[in-house]
Design a protein around this ligand. Structure first.
Ligand code: AKG
Length: 328
């Protein structure tokens, strides 16, 4: 009985619907651009030639070819990184030392504890001003990586190294630009949620407050189970296309090395111009948020039940005018 109850309990805090992200083999760049990209759905491309990195990038090779470069790393005592409550430290390490430590589960040299977890999202050389581009920052390694021509070269925004200890989990978030994530070493579980499910995800800015998406606290997050979960397991050599605004959460099943590339899908003028990380909402959205804040403030002079009623009217006005009608 106890076992049955715990099984029931385990099931009822998972999303009601889970779908697999399609894994397509031997898709050409032309087919991707013509047929898949316009659908704006996540898809895994398997068998695409991303270069020799998949065979060559052993820990020793990575250390030998980029060992001295200083990188800024997230270090955490737990595998589940939490940006909202910041349960990690930022520390600077030479790239080679990061690779050495992240590829092991227990380290002699550490900041918090021997089993601490490391996560690198590489930045530009001047993080406040310049955009990350692995081709400039790691030239000796990047001769082994082909960035596939899946988007117009002039729309390129940034390319970023993602290096993670085994079991490291990155919080659920969305990006404002289109993105391909190329998995080079290790397997990575990627879970995605559609932008249309944003209201089930308990957002703080671009991040979800729900950290443990595999065992959700339904008391704190009762609506989360209504979100449809899309998932896949990336193998070395796989590319996943993550369209802008699709939420994603990743878990590295082993020591993981990946590179992702962001590009602009909208006209350049629509993006925030001073945004080296490429994670600010489009300019029009920033002003829309300010207008909504003003609208909410304007209602504050009314009693609570009037605020509730007119708040709902505002929501349905936005729903009527902005929501897409023909959703799957
Ligand atoms: C992205 O591709 O935007 C990610 O957040 C990927 C994170 C990772 O692979 O570690």
């Amino acid at each position: 009985m106890a076992a049955a109850e715990s099984l029931k309990c385990f099931r009822c805090n998972l999303p009601k619907k889970t779908k697999q992200v399609p894994i397509l083999k031997d898709v050409t760049a032309e087919l991707f651009q013509k047929e898949l990209y316009p659908k704006r759905r996540p898809v895994v491309l398997r068998g695409f030639d991303i270069g020799d990195c998949v065979e060559k990038w052993t820990t020793e090779y990575l250390i030998a070819n980029a060992g001295n470069k200083q990188v800024n790393v997230h270090v955490s005592s737990t595998h589940q990184m939490d940006f909202i409550n910041k349960n990690f430290l930022y520390r600077t390490l030479p790239f080679g030392e990061l690779v050495k430590r992240a590829s092991k589960e227990i380290n002699e040299d550490y900041f918090i504890s021997p089993d601490e977890k490391y996560y690198l999202r590489s930045l530009g050389d001047d993080p406040r001003k310049s955009v990350a581009d692995v081709r400039q920052q790691f030239p000796h390694l990047m001769k082994d990586l082909n960035i596939p021509p899946l988007f117009p070269a002039e729309n390129f925004f940034s390319s970023v190294f993602r290096i993670a200890s085994k079991s490291c989990q990155l919080w659920t978030h969305y990006d404002v630009m289109d993105n391909i994530l190329m998995q080079i070493r290790g397997h990575k579980k990627v879970v995605l949620f559609s932008p249309q499910d944003a209201h089930f995800l308990y957002l703080k800015g671009d991040k979800s407050e729900v950290l443990d998406i595999d065992d959700v606290n339904t008391q704190n997050f009762p609506l989360f189970t209504n979100a449809t979960r899309y998932e896949c397991l990336l193998e070395p050599g796989d590319i996943i296309f993550i369209p802008a605004l699709w939420f994603h959460n990743v878990i590295s099943e082993e020591f993981g090395v990946a590179v992702n590339v962001f590009w602009k899908h909208l006209d350049s003028s629509l993006y925030c111009q001073k945004d080296p990380y490429g994670n600010k909402d489009p300019v029009a959205v920033i002003s829309a948020f300010q207008i909504v804040d003003r609208a909410v403030k304007a209602l504050e002079c009314l009693p609570k039940e009037y605020q509730d009623f007119y708040g709902r009217m505002l929501v349905s006005r936005i729903e009527k005018k902005c929501y897409l009608k023909d959703l799957e």
